[in-house]
Design a protein around this ligand. Structure first.
Ligand SMILES: CC(C)(COP(=O)(O)OP(=O)(O)OC[C@H]1O[C@@H](n2cnc3c(N)ncnc32)[C@H](O)[C@@H]1OP(=O)(O)O)[C@@H](O)C(=O)NCCC(=O)NCCS
Length: 170
C-alpha cells in the first residue's frame, strides 16, 4: 500500500525503517500521548518487532508516514469486531521535528478515506487525552467531530486523564 500526499507518503513498513523509527519514536513527548504499549525508551529491538508485527498482519492496518524520504511517524487502524465491526479506531504519531506542518492532518484525512473505502467502515474514531489539543485540532481539521468526553477515562504516567472521543461517520 502506498498513498502519496503533498506533505508525506503513507506506506507499508519496511525492514530498513528501524533506525529512523527509533530516532523519532524515542521521545517522551510522543509516548505521553499514546498507550503504554508504545515503549519508552524506544530501542532498536522495539522497532524491529513493530515492523515485523505490522508487516505480517492480515489485513495490514499499520503504516509508516514517510517524510523527506525516511520514516517520520506512524498511522494505523484498529478494526473493531462483532457488533462494532463497522468501526475502527485511528491512531498516529509524528516525529517532533516535523510537528506543525500539517503532516498529520493530511495523513489522517487520507487514512480515514482509506478506512472507509478499503474496509467498508461506517465510523472511524479516536480517543485523545485532555492535554493534547494539537491532536484534537488535527482531527477537527480532518472532518472529525467531538462526540463526548470520557471523564477520567485513562491513566497515563500515573495521572488520570479525560479522554476526548472524536469520530467521523459516513
Ligand atoms: C499531535 C500530532 C500528531 C500533531 O501532528 P502535526 O503534524 O504537528 O499536526 P498538524 O500540523 O497537522 O496540525 C496541528 C494543529 O494543532 C495546532 N496546535 C499545536 N499545538 C497546539 C496547542 N497547544 N493548542 C492548540 N492547538 C495546537 C496547530 O496550530 C495545528 O492547527 P492549525 O493548522 O489550525 O494551526 C503530533 O504532535 C504528535 O505526534 N504528537 C505526539 C503523539 C500524539 O499525540 N499522537 C496522537 C494521540 S491521540
Amino acid at each position: 500500500m502506498e498513498i502519496a500526499l503533498t506533505k508525506s507518503t503513507i506506506r507499508d513498513w519496511r525492514v530498513g525503517d528501524a533506525p529512523s523509527l527509533v530516532r523519532h519514536a524515542n521521545n517522551r513527548k510522543i509516548w505521553i500521548n499514546l498507550r503504554d504499549a508504545f515503549p519508552h525508551p524506544y530501542a532498536t529491538r522495539d522497532a524491529e518487532q513493530w515492523i515485523n508485527t505490522a508487516s505480517s498482519a492480515s489485513p495490514v492496518t499499520d503504516f509508516a508516514i514517510e517524510v523527506e524520504r525516511a520514516v517520520g511517524g506512524a498511522i494505523g487502524l484498529r478494526l473493531r469486531e462483532d457488533v462494532f465491526r463497522h468501526s475502527a479506531e485511528i491512531g498516529y504519531w509524528l516525529g517532533e521535528e516535523y510537528w506543525g506542518r500539517g503532516v498529520v492532518t493530511e495523513a489522517v484525512a487520507a487514512m480515514t478515506e482509506y478506512a472507509f473505502s478499503t474496509f467498508g467502515l461506517l465510523r472511524v474514531y479516536a480517543g485523545v487525552f485532555a492535554w493534547n489539543p494539537a491532536s484534537m485540532r488535527c482531527l477537527e481539521k480532518a472532518g472529525y467531530q467531538l462526540e463526548g468526553v470520557m471523564r477520567k477515562g485513562a491513566i497515563k504516567d500515573g495521572l488520570t486523564v479525560d479522554e476526548y472521543v472524536y469520530a467521523i461517520v459516513r
